[in-house]
Design a protein around this ligand. Structure first.
Ligand SMILES: Nc1ncnc2c1ncn2[C@@H]1O[C@H](COP(=O)(O)OP(=O)(O)OP(=O)(O)O)[C@@H](O)[C@H]1O
Length: 207
């Protein structure tokens, strides 16, 4: 038996009257990327939300370092960043303010310089103080990506991270993923884009 930090066993998910999956097992070890694939409605988001501890499976269990994530949510949430479909920004706050709030929710103080560096890295130099409602969809997504840069955690759970991104934005996500994996990080991701990422990449197909 491997000592993979993330382990899901016997997961079952029911939405409405539809059984999306059952008996689903997976593990994730340092340096691994698991891409969850499947058609629209197959249950990718539902699976990622279960793996992120945001919804409960009808059956089965997700464990992080041997502990049930639902009973050890604080520990798990400190080790993981979840990026959902929507960028999750407060419209009236600037990228800097949004990222400070995001860090504060993790009990972390992040100085402005670090946030500004992250924004520059994702191509948002000059937009630091623009309220999020004044950003394009791709700029909002780039702001959300900064959460990966300012919160160093071992596990990234990314639902459609390429949404609204241009070609350079997609390349940026790939680069961030490759660096994360090379540093021993782990990532779970859904995407409708076929993406070649260097590293230990696996896929899970939901039907
Ligand atoms: N809040 C909800 N209540 C009931 N059923 C839901 C709810 N959210 C999603 N579903 C259903 O669950 C199924 C899986 O949805 P999910 O969003 O997990 O799919 P997905 O594979 O991520 O799809 P997409 O590729 O379109 O993002 C769909 O059939 C959907 O209709």
């Amino acid at each position: 038996m491997s000592d993979a930090p993330l382990r899901a066993e016997g997961l079952e998910c029911i939405r409405g009257d539809r059984l999306l999956f059952s008996g689903l097992n997976l593990t994730l070890s340092p340096g691994q990327l698991l891409q969850v694939e499947g058609a629209n409605g197959a249950g990718k988001t539902s699976l990622l939300r279960v793996l992120a501890g945001l919804s409960r499976p009808a059956d089965g269990e997700v464990r992080w370092r041997g502990l049930d994530i639902q009973r050890n949510r604080t520990t798990y949430f400190a080790a993981m960043v979840y990026m959902g479909h929507a960028p999750g920004l407060k419209a009236e706050l600037s990228p800097v303010e949004n990222l400070k709030v995001s860090a504060a929710l993790r009990d972390r103080m992040v100085d402005d310089a670090r946030i500004e560096d992250a924004l520059a890295r994702v191509g948002l130099r000059g937009f630091e103080d623009v309220p999020a409602r004044g950003l394009s969809a791709g700029q909002k997504q780039r702001t959300a990506l900064c959460r990966l840069l300012i919160n160093p955690v071992p596990l990234w759970i990314l639902d459609e991270p390429f949404t609204a991104l241009d070609v350079r934005g997609i390349a940026l996500v790939r680069e961030l993923l490759e660096i994360h994996l090379a540093n021993g990080g782990m990532a779970l991701m859904t995407s409708h884009h076929a993406l070649e990422v260097r590293g230990d990449c696996r896929s899970l197909h939901l039907t």
